[in-house]
Design a protein around this ligand. Structure first.
Ligand code: ADP
Length: 264
């Protein structure tokens, strides 16, 4: 127990990075990557003095390049930090993704060890520069990659994204418990797609349930950092590579992300 409290033995900070915030989810398709992008942009939008980077650690399904309409061919450096690989985008200082290194349509078929070494390279062989925050979009679930990231670097906190649906919440709980086991503070839950507000008739529908995340947060003793509505702007602007936080900053859906960003 004492040993855990001092941090895990292999943990080493990323040079120049003050705080690492990971965005995780128990399962795929709940809006984790969309949240990670809007959260990273939101932290920078809320306070322009903060430099923020974004790492897409979803090795098998990198989506950050598409979500931010970025393309690139950065080369990873052989030795740590010898070459800069900046990806400038809106307010973000840098971002990095496996998606920059492989063809968009190429399947990524790797065994565990190769995935680990890719993660290690993305963490250590990218010149992140001086960052106040590095937001990491984690792969979904609680597998090797998630564990290896938490064991490799000190993490200030985890934000867990879930829909209010029972099945997603069950997996979200597993995620939260994994972080606790490795001594990563859970900053809170983001409840995504909790309400659909019909633009035609104004009716509000809770497609995936209403308060599931609140109940889970209560039982875990963590906060609900925000409620993101199911909104066509979020989907459409994400598909265009123009996240709502920057493309529609005054909309209620952007404000919902900005509120989350203000709390990390
Ligand atoms: P994950 O990273 O959990 O797999 P994504 O962030 O890729 O999920 O989101 C899955 C899909 O749902 C994407 O098409 C995204 O645009 C859409 N989406 C996510 N959150 C919302 C939302 N609140 N409203 C509308 N569409 C959303």
């Amino acid at each position: 127990r004492q040993h855990m409290a001092r941090g895990l033995p292999k943990q080493k900070p990323i040079l120049g990075v003050k705080q690492v915030v990971v965005v995780a989810s128990g399962k795929g398709g709940v809006g984790k990557s969309t949240t990670a992008v809007n959260l990273a942009l939101g932290i920078a939008a809320n306070d322009s003095s903060k430099s923020v980077g974004l790492l897409d650690a979803d090795i098998y399904g990198p989506s950050i390049p598409k979500l931010m309409n970025l393309r690139g061919n950065p080369e990873l450096t052989d030795s740590m930090g010898s070459e800069a690989l900046p990806r400038f985008f809106f307010f973000l200082s840098t971002s990095m993704s496996m998606g920059f290194l492989v063809e968009e349509t190429a399947p990524i078929v790797w065994r565990g060890l190769m995935v680990m070494s890719a993660i290690e390279r993305l963490l250590r062989q990218v010149e992140w520069g001086q960052l106040d925050y590095l937001v990491i979009d984690m792969p979904p679930g609680t597998g090797d990659v998630q564990l290896s990231i938490t064991q490799n670097i000190p993490i200030s906190g985890a934000v867990i994204v879930s829909t209010p649906q029972d099945i997603a919440l069950l997996d979200a709980r597993r995620g939260a418990e994994m972080f606790r086991k490795v001594n990563v503070p859970v900053l809170g839950l983001v409840q995504n797609m909790s309400v659909f507000h019909c633009p035609n008739c104004n009716h509000k529908t809770h497609i995936f349930g209403e308060d599931g995340a609140t109940e889970l947060a209560n039982s875990l003793g963590v906060e609900v950092l925000g409620d993101i509505p199911l909104h066509i702007n979020i989907r459409e602007m994400s598909d265009k590579g123009q996240p709502v936080v920057v493309s529609k900053p005054d909309s209620p859906e952007a404000k919902a992300y900005l509120k989350v960003a203000a709390q990390v």
